[in-house]
Write a protein that binds this ligand. Structure first.
Ligand code: TYD
Length: 138
């Protein structure tokens, strides 16, 4: 898992603005992300003083979209760290495997939707930071 901070990208999600002013429609199709979606989950009702995440994945790729509100994502490849604020429903964050992440500073009503490349599998998680760091040395 040689993935690095620079492998994390913000992807523009195509947006159709209604010509009659009835709002916007964004669509995620297979051609904008590098995996087939096997699972969709979302975080909501997250208290503003809580954090989520605190793990990395061995194989799973994820595309994270702030459907509503905002939150911050701390990303860490074991050497370098980066913090990204997600607050636009037409901009998603592509997180490859082997990246530690923590999400916090959820605004009121924030919804974090995640499109995932695999089904849920607890054995795909690194939940221990030291174990994650060791895996990056291989
Ligand atoms: P976790 O991935 O740790 O959530 P977060 O990163 O947002 O803090 O998952 C929280 C709990 O939910 C954990 O017990 C596993 C369970 N879970 C599922 O059963 N299926 C899923 O698809 C996900 C993402 C989590």
């Amino acid at each position: 898992m040689k993935t690095k901070i620079d492998d994390i990208t913000i992807i523009d999600i195509p947006k159709i603005v209604d010509p009659k002013g009835r709002g916007k429609l964004s669509v995620v199709e297979k051609n904008i992300i590098p995996f087939s979606i096997k699972r969709v989950y979302y975080l909501y009702d997250v208290p503003s003083d809580s954090y989520r995440g605190g793990h990395a994945h061995k194989k799973l790729l994820q595309f994270m979209i702030p459907l509503s509100g905002s939150f911050e994502v701390l990303l860490d490849d074991g050497v370098n760290k980066k913090k990204i604020m997600l607050n636009k429903p037409d901009k998603g964050l592509l997180i490859p495997q082997g990246i530690w992440r923590e999400m916090d500073n959820f605004s009121s009503g924030a919804i974090c939707m995640v499109l995932a490349s695999e089904h849920y599998d607890e054995s795909d998680y690194f939940r221990d930071y030291e174990e994650f760091k060791k895996s990056k040395l291989n």
